[in-house]
Design a protein around this ligand. Structure first.
Ligand code: ARG
Length: 584
C-alpha cells in the first residue's frame, strides 16, 4: 500500500503548500491505523511550523484527501487527528498487485559484511547468527533494487598466526589434521595458549585471559617470543610461513564453505583482513595528517571529541608500539575501500553486540575522514543453546552441523507423524527443508538485539510464530489450490468482501510496507511477525468462509486471496532464506 500512502501524503503536502505558502513537502506521513484503515497525524505535527491551529490544518488535509479515488471517507478526531477509510472497490482491485515492491534501492550500492569468521578457529555460534541474519538482509535489499555486494570479511590476519605456526611445527598430529583440520588447528592453538600461560606464571606475571598482545617485550615467555619471531617472518613474506598461513586459510575455508552450502548462503566477495595489509600504513598516515590520530606512549591512537563526534569515546588504537596494526585499522581501510571501489551509499556490518563500542569508534573515525555513506552496525544478542546440542568446544562448527542434523531428524519424525501418506523420500526432504528453516527462523524471528534461546519444542512447533507453522500454512494453501483445480474453480476478481476477506486483503497489502521497513532498518523479525500474522488472518478467513462450496464467482475471488497469501508466504520466506514445500 506504499504507493497509495505516498500519493496521499504528497497530495496533503501540496495542499498545505498552496494554502499556507510554507514548504512541507515530504512531511505529511500517512500510516496504518487500528481504528480506521489509515491515519494522518500531520495536522498536529505541522501546526506549529505553519503557525495555524491543528484543526485548520486538518481541514485542508481532509479536503485534499477526500477526492482521491481510493478514499471513501475521512473524519477528524480530537485536536486534528485524521482517520481515513478506504473504498472496498479500490482494495479489491489493488490487492492483485500486493506482491510488487517499490524499488527504493535502484541506482544505489550497499556493501554488507556478514559471517566473517576467523581462520583456524571453528565458526562460533555468533558467526552463525551473523551468517543467517546477514543473508536475510542481503536478500531483502536485493528485492528492493539495491546493488548488493555481500562481503565475507574473513579474519585471516593477526597475531594468532605466529602462535599457530609455532604450534603446528611443534605438535601437529597429522592424522587428526587430515580428519578435521580446523579441530586440529584449534587444539594446537589451545595448547599454545596453555603453555604460554604456564610460562607466564613461572615468570611471576599475572595471567588475565587472552589479552591483546601489546607488542614485544624482553621478559615475555619464551614461547611467545618464538611466535612473534614467526609472525614477523610471515609479515616479511617468508616463503615457508606464507605457505603455512595459506594452508590454514584453505583448510578453514573448506570447512566454512561446507556450512555455507548447507545453509544456502553465498557471498559475492571474500576479502579477508589480509586483503587490506598494504593499505594500513597509509591509513595511519592519513589519520595523523588530518590530526585525527596522535602518538601516545609510542603507539598511535585516534582521539575522539564529544562536541565533534556527538559522544565521548575512548581512543582507538591504530598502531601498536612495535609498529603492528590492529582490527580497527583494518576496518577503517575496509570502509574507505568499500566506498571507493563500489560507491557504496550504505555499508552494513553484522556482528554480535559485544563489538558495539568498536564500531562506534571506527565509524566516528571514518566520518572524520569524510566518509558520507551510511555506516550501520547491525548487532545481535548471542544465542543460547540447550544443554548437549553443542559439544564441549562451546559453540563450534561441529555443533552447528550436529544441530542441523538433529533438526532434520526431528523434523522428519514430525513430518511422518503429521502426514503418514508421505513416502520415505518425501519425508526426508520435508525434514531437510523444515529442519533448516526451524534453525534459521529461530535466529531471525526475535528482535535481533535480544538474547535468543533455542529449544527444540519451540523451533519445530507447528503452531505459533515458527517456520514449520508458516511452511505448513503454505502447503495447506497449495493443497486447496490443487483441490480447486480438480473441482474446476479458477481464481478471479474479488466479488464478496466480508470483514475477514477485507482484513486479509488489508494484511496482504502491507507486504511492501514491511519489506521496505526491513530494508531500511535491517530487522528481519518484522517480516517474520508479519508472515505469522498473515497466516493467522488466512486461517481465520479459511475457517469462516468456503472457497470450494461458495457460489462460483465468490469462490473464484476467495481462491485469488488464497493464491496471493500463498505467494506472499513463499516470497516472504524466500527473503529470509527459507524454502517452502508443496506438500508436508
Ligand atoms: N572476524 C570478526 C569476529 O569474529 C568479525 C568481523 C566483522 N566485520 C568487520 N568488518 N569488523 O569477531
Amino acid at each position: 500500500m506504499l504507493a497509495l500512502t505516498h500519493e496521499l501524503g504528497a497530495r496533503g503536502a501540496d495542499a498545505l503548500n498552496a494554502t499556507f505558502g510554507v514548504d512541507v513537502s515530504g512531511k505529511v506521513a500517512i500510516d496504518r491505523s487500528q481504528k480506521a484503515d489509515l491515519q494522518c497525524a500531520a495536522a498536529m505535527q505541522l501546526a506549529k511550523s505553519l503557525k495555524k491551529a491543528p484543526r485548520e490544518v486538518a481541514d485542508v488535509l481532509v479536503k485534499a484527501l477526500a477526492d482521491h479515488p481510493a478514499v471513501k471517507s475521512t473524519d477528524v478526531a480530537g485536536p486534528g487527528f485524521i482517520n481515513i477509510h478506504l473504498r472496498d472497490e479500490w482494495l479489491k482491485s489493488s490487492v492483485h498487485d500486493a506482491l510488487a515492491l517499490r524499488q527504493i534501492g535502484t541506482g544505489k550500492s550497499v556493501v554488507i559484511d556478514y559471517s566473517s569468521p576467523n581462520v583456524a578457529k571453528p565458526m562460533h555460534i555468533a558467526h552463525i547468527r551473523s551468517t543467517i541474519i546477514g543473508d536475510a538482509i542481503k536478500r531483502v535489499l536485493r528485492a528492493v533494487g539495491y546493488t548488493v555486494v555481500a562481503d565475507n570479511h574473513l579474519g585471516d590476519w593477526g597475531t594468532q598466526f605466529g602462535k599457530l605456526i609455532v604450534a603446528y611445527r611443534k605438535w601437529l598430529d597429522e592424522k587428526a589434521f587430515e580428519e578435521n583440520a580446523v579441530v586440529e588447528l584449534l587444539r594446537l592453538y589451545v595448547k599454545f595458549i596453555e603453555l604460554e600461560r604456564e610460562q607466564k606464571q613461572a615468570l611471576g606475571k599475572k595471567v588475565d585471559g587472552e589479552e591483546e598482545d601489546e607488542g614485544a617485550t624482553q621478559d615475555a615467555p619464551p614461547i611467545l617470543q618464538e611466535a612473534r619471531a614467526e609472525l614477523v617472518k610471515l609479515q616479511q613474506g617468508d616463503k615457508e610461513n606464507v605457505a603455512l598461513w595459506q594452508k590454514f586459510i584453505d583448510v578453514s575455508m573448506r570447512e566454512f564453505d561446507r556450512v555455507y552450502q548447507r545453509l544456502d548462503v553465498s557471498f559475492d566477495v571474500v576479502l579477508g583482513e589480509s586483503f587490506y595489509n598494504d593499505k594500513l600504513a597509509g591509513v595511519v598516515e592519513l589519520l595523523v595528517d588530518r590530526e585525527l590520530a596522535e602518538e601516545s606512549e609510542g603507539a598511535i591512537v585516534v582521539r575522539f571529541d564529544k562536541e565533534r563526534d556527538g559522544e565521548a569515546l575512548p581512543p582507538l588504537l591504530v598502531r601498536k608500539k612495535d609498529g603492528g596494526f590492529l582490527y580497527g585499522t583494518t576496518d577503517i581501510a575496509g570502509m574507505l575501500y568499500r566506498v571507493e571501489r563500489w560507491g557504496a551509499s550504505r555499508v552494513i556490518i553484522v556482528t554480535d553486540d559485544r563489538q558495539q563500542l568498536h564500531f562506534r569508534q571506527f565509524f566516528a573515525a571514518c566520518k572524520q575522514l569524510g566518509v558520507k555513506a551510511s555506516m550501520e552496525h547491525v548487532f545481535f544478542g548471542l544465542m543460547r543453546l540447550p544443554e548437549g546440542t553443542i559439544s564441549t568446544r562451546d559453540g563450534n562448527l561441529i555443533g552447528l552441523e550436529d544441530l542441523l542434523d538433529e533438526a532434520e531428524r526431528r523434523a522428519t519424525v514430525v513430518a511422518k507423524a503429521c502426514n503418514p501418506e508421505l513416502s520415505a523420500d518425501e519425508a526426508r526432504e520435508v525434514g531437510r527443508v523444515v529442519g533448516l528453516a526451524a534453525v534459521k527462523y529461530n535466529d531471525l524471528s526475535k528482535d535481533r538485539t535480544t538474547l535468543v534461546t533455542f529449544t527444540w519444542d519451540k523451533a519445530l512447533s507447528l503452531t505459533g510464530n515458527t517456520a514449520p507453522y508458516l511452511q505448513y500454512a503454505y502447503a495447506r494453501i497449495q493443497s486447496l489450490i490443487a483441490k480447486a483445480t480438480i473441482a474446476g474453480v479458477s481464481a478471479g476478481a474479488l466479488v464478496s468482501f466480508e470483514p475477514t476477506e477485507r482484513a486479509l486483503a488489508m494484511k496482504l497489502l502491507a507486504f511492501d510496507e514491511v519489506v521496505e521497513q526491513v530494508a531500511l532498518t535491517s530487522r528481519p523479525h518484522v517480516l517474520c511477525e508479519y508472515l505469522y500474522e498473515l497466516a493467522s488472518h488466512f486461517s481465520t478467513f479459511y475457517n469462516e468462509l468456503s472457497v470450494l462450496k461458495a457460489e462460483r464467482d465468490v469462490g473464484a475471488g476467495r481462491l485469488r486471496l488464497a493464491q496471493l497469501t500463498g505467494s506472499i508466504l513463499a516470497k516472504g520466506l524466500a527473503l529470509l532464506g527459507i524454502g517452502v514445500l508443496e506438500r508436508m
